[in-house]
Design a protein around this ligand. Structure first.
Ligand SMILES: Cc1ncc(COP(=O)(O)O)c(C=O)c1O
Length: 379
């Protein structure tokens, strides 16, 4: 058992106590009044609306450095919408390997097995804190996985385990990774994310990125099941290219689009995606130092190389009720909001370290964790 000495109450609070893992903190300096709202109250199909949506797609591709031929589309229903649209449109052509190591990945396992009811599915599952055995993946199958498990704080280290000469497609839910982690785009055929995570944008819309191989599948395969209109990406056996030029399937929130463009501009201002990644890693290093110095707190991720640099999940030498009390205490003190572990995950803390969070705020938070921990242990 850890000692429960009394810690002094710190007197410096984080300037911004928003450490939620989604929706995540707005970017530093965010000001609603700075959004370009010239698109509001107009048709999203008017030139001004279409231009904003096209810019969202094009600027994303440029900033992320996507390979030639990759399409970027704005789709309905946030990251979930993008993942389900991809799975419902693409799966069933060959066997599927689906990987899961936390709650959201498990959701895709359920979709594939219980809703799509596919045959020839291998579910490779690991417990919270672990990764499945990546060397067991069969790339003759389509492979569905999450780059960063937001509810366990475990990410894949890199894409070295993904076959270059794969026959199947790789479908990657990368919602808490894009703009925070290096992504090997050539190894990924479908990539999804939402604006509300790393960029601190709004919910509502998802981003769907398709490789040329994914497009080829869409144009050569028709699923056996009906597809609702909001999932349909082809017409007459051809990709509806307009979706990937800002002609959305249905009406988007142009306010959310304006907010997303503001976030992209901020990424440019700080020096691009590599700067955003570096900022996130520097944020994680604050927590790493704290964990190294305090025996009562640990990463949920068993392998240090898989510790997420966005959704940082921590286990504590404390009862679940004590952890809850600690989270409440920090909330009441207006020091940290929304840092309790996800409802399905093991008890603990989850602290967002993406680039919209400032390192100085994490540095200010750490002594408060110590104070709150000892306060609940001594209660
Ligand atoms: C890995 C992962 N997938 C999917 C989702 C669902 O995202 P959304 O609510 O944006 O659809 C989340 C949300 O936290 C997530 O972390």
């Amino acid at each position: 058992m850890a000692s429960s000495t009394l810690a002094t109450k710190p007197n410096i609070k984080p300037a911004n106590p928003n450490f939620s893992s989604g929706p995540c903190s707005k970017r530093p300096g965010y000001d609603l009044n700075q959004l370009d709202i010239s698109t509001l109250g107009r048709s999203h199909r008017a030139a001004v609306g279409k231009a904003a949506l096209k810019q969202a797609c094009e600027q994303t591709a440029e900033l992320l450095g996507l390979p030639e031929g990759y399409r970027v589309g704005v789709v309905p229903a946030s990251d979930t919408g993008a993942v389900e649209m991809a799975m419902w449109s693409l799966l069933g052509a060959r066997g599927v390997d689906v990987l899961a190591w936390e709650s959201f990945g498990s959701g895709w396992v359920t979709d594939i097995n219980k809703q799509l009811k596919l045959d020839n599915v291998r579910s490779l599952i690991a417990d919270y804190g672990q990764l499945p055995e990546l060397d067991q993946v069969n790339f003759d199958n389509d492979v569905v996985f999450t780059w960063n498990g937001t509810t366990s704080g475990v990410k894949v280290k890199n894409g070295d385990w993904i076959a270059d000469d794969r026959a199947g497609l790789t479908i990657c839910d990368a919602t808490s990774a894009v703009f925070a982690m290096e992504m090997p785009w050539e190894k990924l055929d479908v990539i999804t994310y939402s604006w509300q995570k790393v960029l601190g944008g709004e919910g509502a819309h998802g981003m769907l990125i398709l490789s040329p191989r994914a497009v080829e599948r869409l144009e050569s395969y028709t699923p056996a099941w009906p597809l609702p209109k909001i999932f349909r990406m082809t017409k007459g056996g051809k990709l509806i290219e307009g979706i990937f030029r800002g002609e959305t399937i249905n009406t988007p929130s142009m306010l959310c689009v304006a907010d997303y463009l503001d976030a992209l501009n901020w990424v440019v201002e700080i020096g691009g995606v590599n700067a955003a990644i570096a900022k996130s890693k520097a944020n994680l290093s604050v927590v790493e130092t704290f964990v190294a110095d305090n025996e009562w707190i640990n990463f949920l991720a068993a392998d240090p190389a898989t510790v997420s640099n966005t959704s940082v999940c921590l286990t504590l030498d404390a009862e679940a009720e004590q952890v809850k009390a600690m989270v409440k205490l920090l909330d009441t003190e207006a020091v940290a909001y929304d840092i309790g572990a996800y409802r399905d995950a093991p008890s603990g803390l989850r602290i967002w370290c993406g680039a919209t969070v400032e390192q100085s705020d994490l540095e200010a938070l750490m002594p408060w964790l110590e104070w709150a921990y000892h306060s609940v242990k001594n209660a």
